[in-house]
Design a protein around this ligand. Structure first.
Ligand SMILES: [Zn+2]
Length: 125
């Protein structure tokens, strides 16, 4: 994803269509498109009025149910991918996270063996 772009994901179960600045925007259900972030901001603000069903409820097929993620958001999300669930430390890569997780495993092994607290003297020789 290029910097300055925004990814727009259609969270609805129906395709989303809108005429935006003379262009027809179409996003398939659960699919996403990319748009220049300035344009995306404008697109976010436009709001069509969904046609109503017979009972007066807005037709869900026309809901603007979209998720906007800027390239910065995506970068941040990618970083959190390597976040340690145990202590919240963020690692730069999967490899780094694996290495980090090992330190927790070692810690657990040291304290969990036989239900001991790890306070006993382990040098039984
Ligand atoms: Zn950790």
């Amino acid at each position: 994803m290029q910097p300055g772009m925004t990814r727009i994901t259609n969270l609805n179960d129906y395709p989303y269509e809108e005429n935006f600045k003379g262009n027809k925007i179409y996003i398939a259900p659960k699919d996403s498109i990319e748009m220049e972030s300035g344009e995306a901001l404008l697109f976010k603000g436009t709001m069509g009025t969904p046609p109503r069903l017979k009972n007066g409820v807005p037709d869900p097929r026309f809901f603007k149910w979209l998720k906007f993620e800027s390239s910065a958001d995506v970068k941040k999300a990618n970083m959190n991918k390597f976040k340690c669930q145990a202590c919240g430390k963020v690692c730069k890569s999967q490899k780094g996270l694996n290495e980090h997780l090992k330190t927790h495993e070692d810690l657990e092994k040291g304290t969990m063996a036989d239900g001991s607290t790890g306070d006993e003297d382990v040098n039984q020789s």
